[in-house]
Each structure stands twice: as C-alpha cells, then as structure tokens.
Write a protein that binds this ligand. Structure first.
Ligand SMILES: NC(=O)c1ccc[n+]([C@@H]2O[C@H](COP(=O)([O-])OP(=O)(O)OC[C@H]3O[C@@H](n4cnc5c(N)ncnc54)[C@H](OP(=O)(O)O)[C@@H]3O)[C@@H](O)[C@H]2O)c1
Length: 278
C-alpha cells in the first residue's frame, strides 16, 4: 500500500471515522474545520490526524476529502488558498438535507448533489462515502473475501481519480464499485435503495439500477420524519437492517425483523428529538 498525504475538511461524524481509519492503515492525514486547529486538539489525540488551518489543508495533499454539511460547501472556496484545489483529487461525502442545508434550487430541480458541489468548488469531484452511516464506516470494514463485505459506490468523471479512490475504499475494508460518472451519482443519494443499506458487491449494482428520481425526495423526507422520532442513540446497525428490510432485502432474516420491531417500538414511544441528518 502506498502511504498517501490526505487532507480532510470536517471533523464531525464522517471526518472522525475517516481520519481514524486512514491513520490506522498508514496514511498521513491533516484535518481542518472552520474554527481552526486549536478547536481540534482532542480530535488529534483521538484520531492521530494533524490539525491545520483551512488555508493550508491542501499543501502537499494528493487527496482532499470534504466532509461538511453539504450546504456549507457554498462558502468553502473562499476559505481556501487560490488555485489550491487544482492538483488534488477532491472527494465529496455530502448529502443534501434541506432542513439542514437550506433549499438548493438546482438540486431540487435534479442536479446531482456532487455536480452542485463541483460547481461550488470550481473543480471536478469524486463522490464516495456518502451512502454509509459514519459508525459503519468506522467499524464495519472487512478483509477482501469476507462474508457480507459492504460495497461502496464511487462516482467520478475522471477514471484516474475514481481508480485512486476505489483503491482507498478497498484499503478501508470495503468493496469498491465503479458507479460511473457524476451525472449518475444521484443513484447513491438519500432516498435511494443504495443509501444506508450496506449492500454487498452482489447487491449494490442492482440497488443502483433500481434508483428512482421521482420518489427520492419523498423517501428522504419520510426518513427524516422517522429519524426525528427515534432517540439519537438508536443503534446505527438497526437502522441499516430496517432500511434493508424496507427495500425488500433480508425479508427472511430474524435480525431484520428484530430491527423493524425495535424501530417500531422506538417510534411508538417517540418524543421529539433533534434530528441529525446522515
Ligand atoms: N453522519 C453520517 O453518518 C453521514 C454519513 C455519510 C455522509 N454524511 C454526509 O457527510 C457530510 C458530513 O456529515 P457529518 O455527519 O460528519 O457532519 P457533522 O458531524 O455535522 O460535522 C461537520 C464538520 O464540518 C465542519 N464544518 C462545517 N462547516 C464548515 C466549513 N464551512 N468549513 C470547514 N469546516 C466546516 C464542522 O466543524 P466547524 O463547525 O467547527 O467548522 C464539523 O467538523 C454531510 O453532508 C452529511 O450529510 C453523513
């Protein structure tokens, strides 16, 4: 494995999961947020990543992973040094949730989320890591050939950049799937069958094919309504099993029935909780 210089913008759920795992497998990781390196001292201790200012996040980086609320991408370019995104592979992990990101007319009218992100940043992006819950990204990687290894889609218009990120996905313990160009990346967005269902390499292409533009926004809003009813500490794994069951996978697995029951009870007991979009 080649040890790479990786920059990471965002130190939340996804940033923490990626930083920790990338350092563990031997990469050199820098991290930045909007508040500056002083605010990331604990993050540095927990992950082994080095906190830097946003302006220097791309210095010597070959890959830059953006893991911030998608709407905030609007303001990112002005915080980075001019031209600094030109020679790095930029990876977008973002998902669009209007409740958090504000309405974005272009996405509401069908622009794939990563195409919009690419417009904001003024450079091409690779879409990856957006359809798996951060807890799963941190813990569920497996060696090649292991049973039920999770597959992650990687979309990009640049075959070389896609191949580099697919290799990184494999190193992290997931089967990388070539999901085609960015124009097709809507298939891995929220509200689609491949979103938060931890598919295997056998299942993923079928789920991407089943994606339906017409129902995505409604499915996404329904998922947000469910998330608002369950406690924030509801186990991520049960959410995945329940999501799989809801799209017709694992109908005969007792583990899925248990997850559906658990979810049903949580919803019945529901109180209003702060929602944290995934
Ligand atoms: N949570 C999940 O399981 C999950 C899974 C897959 C994909 N996603 C998607 O991945 C993205 C990140 O999600 P998350 O859950 O990791 O978010 P999060 O926990 O809210 O963390 C967001 C991070 O971004 C930083 N940030 C926000 N605005 C910034 C800006 N303008 N410049 C630099 N840093 C900024 C925040 O720090 P400061 O506010 O201190 O700057 C924080 O460290 C979202 O689009 C989300 O939908 C989430």
């Amino acid at each position: 494995m080649t040890s790479r210089q990786i920059g990471l913008i965002g130190a939340g759920n996804v940033g923490a999961a990626l930083a920790k795992r990338l350092v563990e497998i031997g990469h050199s990781v820098k991290v930045a947020n909007s508040k500056g390196p002083k605010s990331l001292e604990q993050f540095e201790k927990e992950t082994g990543a080095k906190a830097v200012h946003l302006e220097s996040i791309t210095d010597h980086s070959e890959i830059l992973i953006v893991a911030i609320p998608l709407g905030n991408t609007r303001y990112l370019k002005r915080s980075l040094s001019a031209g600094s995104l030109e020679n790095v592979i930029v990876v977008d992990t973002g998902n669009y949730f209007p409740q958090r990101d504000g309405s974005i007319a272009e996405i509401d009218h069908g622009t794939p989320e990563s195409a919009w992100v690419s417009q904001q940043l003024g450079v091409p992006v690779v879409k990856a890591f957006n359809n798996i819950i951060a807890a799963g990204l941190a813990k569920n990687g497996k060696t090649k050939g292991a049973r039920r290894r999770i597959a992650l889609p990687v979309a990009s218009d640049d075959p070389r950049a896609r191949a580099t990120i697919m290799a990184l996905v494999e190193e992290l313990g997931f089967s990388a799937f070539d999901a085609g160009p960015i124009d097709d990346s809507w298939r891995q967005q929220p509200g689609q069958p491949a979103y938060c269902t931890d598919p295997t390499l056998g299942e993923l292409p079928v789920l991407l094919k089943r994606a339906d533009r017409k129902t995505a926004a409604r499915n996404r809003e329904q998922a947000m309504e469910i998330l608002a009813k369950i406690p924030p500490n509801f186990p991520a794994q049960d959410l995945v099993y329940a999501s799989r069951f809801s799209i017709g996978l694992d109908a005969l697995r007792p583990r899925s029935w248990f997850a559906m029951l658990h979810l049903g009870i949580a919803i019945m007991r529901s109180r209003k909780h702060p929602v944290s979009p995934l």
